[in-house]
Design a protein around this ligand. Structure first.
Ligand SMILES: C[S@@+](CC[C@H](N)C(=O)[O-])C[C@H]1O[C@@H](n2cnc3c(N)ncnc32)[C@H](O)[C@@H]1O
Length: 208
């Protein structure tokens, strides 16, 4: 866990010095491929405004811009190192993507700005109180009719039995309940995936 600006957060690879290994590791474990399938099932269209919460090294938004160049893509993450890497990668690829530094429960965007919000492999990085704050903020920045898609590890599954406290509230049924309690409608598990070691769930919720 890393302390910065009076707030704690868990960096992408758990430790700063491991960040250069994050992208290859995610690829090797098959998380990269599943994130692409998750995105393909998210029904994104050109011209939309997309927010990626906990955008990390920017891989998802770069993938999105490659497929849909007319999307307005914004990523937010508290980790300055990950943000630097994301900016480097997107500039190298020639895409215009805005990356902001910030936390999921305090999004620096106006109400109803985004058509879609996405988040992959982030929810288990944040504590129970912030999870509720994050969902509230996502609803605030989504337009009416906007949809939130989230991909994350399901820690209730046998395959994933381990817990370090940050993973509390990270089981499929609990996340569905949290999404409903936060006011999302049409909440559903839109996909379930399995890698060698991990069970992953795609959640979907809509803002009326
Ligand atoms: C496992 S990485 C996932 C990165 C990226 N979404 C992906 O699919 O590869 C988790 C990310 O969540 C970010 N994170 C941790 N706490 C956060 C918070 N409170 N708000 C937003 N992002 C957070 C970390 O900095 C890290 O980049």
């Amino acid at each position: 866990m890393k302390k910065e600006s009076l707030r704690d957060y868990l960096p992408a690879a758990g430790r700063d010095w491991l960040l250069p290994l994050y992208d290859p590791f995610v690829k090797l474990l098959g998380f990269d491929r599943i994130r692409e399938i998750f995105f393909a099932r998210s029904g994104i269209k050109n011209g939309q405004r997309i927010l990626d919460i906990g955008s990390g090294t920017g891989t998802l938004l770069i993938h999105i811009k490659r497929l849909y160049p007319d999307i307005e893509a914004v990523g937010i993450d508290p980790d300055a190192n990950a943000l630097r890497q994301a900016v480097r990668k997107s500039e190298r690829a020639g895409y215009s993507i805005r990356f902001d530094r910030g936390y999921s429960d305090n999004l620096p965007y106006t109400d109803t700005y985004f058509d879609r919000a996405l988040s992959s492999y982030v929810f288990h990085h944040i504590g129970a109180v912030e999870k509720t704050g994050m969902l509230k903020e996502i609803r605030r920045v989504l337009k009416p009719g906007g949809v939130f898609h989230m991909l994350d590890i399901d820690f209730s599954k046998e395959n994933n039995k381990q817990s370090n406290g940050w993973q509390e509230d990270n089981s499929g049924p609990r996340v569905v309940e949290l999404l409903k309690k936060s006011g999302f409608t049409g909440v559903e598990i839109a996909g379930e995936y399995r890698t060698f070691f991990t069970d992953l769930v795609h959640y979907r919720g809509e803002k009326l």
